[in-house]
Design a protein around this ligand. Structure first.
Ligand code: C5P
Length: 224
């Protein structure tokens, strides 16, 4: 079975507060994008890797990650993923979508996801139990009013790579409403069953300056 990994890296990274898009920010001597692709290579599950970046950074990305196919992304994450699906071509049986913003994801997470898709599950995501108590609020009041306390034992914090049988990912994206924050969310909306395998704290997403600081500390301490 042919496996392709699509790496959406076309976000602006506004919340990170850096002068360049997140994937091009330094993470201990190389960019977040380079670290992410190195992690995918180390996992050794992919036949091809497609990287999706802002249109004006396609040439830069080709220099940074020459062993990948680099294409321009869109205004929303799902548009970028679709550009990656097109570039991956029709021959991939399994498609993984992996945020560039999770560059420390261990190889075992890739393996768990791919193995579960190979075993016949059309959509598989890595997830972790939630440590905090979670409350639903009414954000229209100030201060916000608590509406309910959610049973955290039934919740998972979902990471990437998210793995799909090719048909499932195509169906999911054919039905895009522009609202989903991940690909599995699109799959759920069109009735595709999504299964969760164990994630890993190292698959954390770098979103804020605080996340970047933690990720840089982990890299500086040596092998994560
Ligand atoms: O914005 P968010 O943190 O959810 O983005 C997750 C991933 O999707 C990031 O790696 C980001 O670069 C990517 N993305 C993209 N195209 C966009 C927006 C986000 O490839 N238009």
């Amino acid at each position: 079975m042919t496996v392709s990994v699509i790496v959406p890296a076309a976000g602006s990274g506004t919340r990170l507060g850096q002068s360049k898009p997140k994937a091009f920010v330094d993470l201990g001597g190389r960019t977040i994008l380079e670290a992410c692709v190195a992690g995918i290579v180390e996992a050794a599950v992919a036949d091809t890797v497609v990287v999706v970046v802002p249109a004006d950074l396609v040439d830069d990305a080709r220099r940074l990650v020459p062993a990948t196919t680099v294409v321009a992304g869109g205004a929303h994450r799902s548009e970028s993923v679709r550009a990656g699906i097109d570039a991956a071509g029709p021959d991939s049986d399994i498609l993984l979508v992996h945020d560039a913003a999770r560059p420390l994801t261990p190889p075992a997470v890739f393996t768990r996801v791919v193995d579960a898709v190979r075993a016949g599950h059309p959509a598989v995501v890595p997830g972790l139990p939630v440590a905090d108590t979670l409350k639903q609020v009414d954000p229209s009041t100030g201060p916000e009013r608590v509406v309910a306390t959610v049973d955290r034992d039934l919740l998972r914090a979902i990471q990437t790579p998210q793995g799909f049988a090719r048909d499932a990912l195509l169906r999911a994206h054919a039905d895009d409403t522009g609202l989903a924050t991940d690909d599995a969310g699109l799959a759920e909306r069109c009735g595709i069953e999504v299964h969760v395998v164990p994630g890993d704290p190292l698959a954390m997403k770098i979103t804020t300056p605080w996340d970047l600081r933690i990720a840089r500390d982990i890299v500086a301490e040596g092998s994560p």
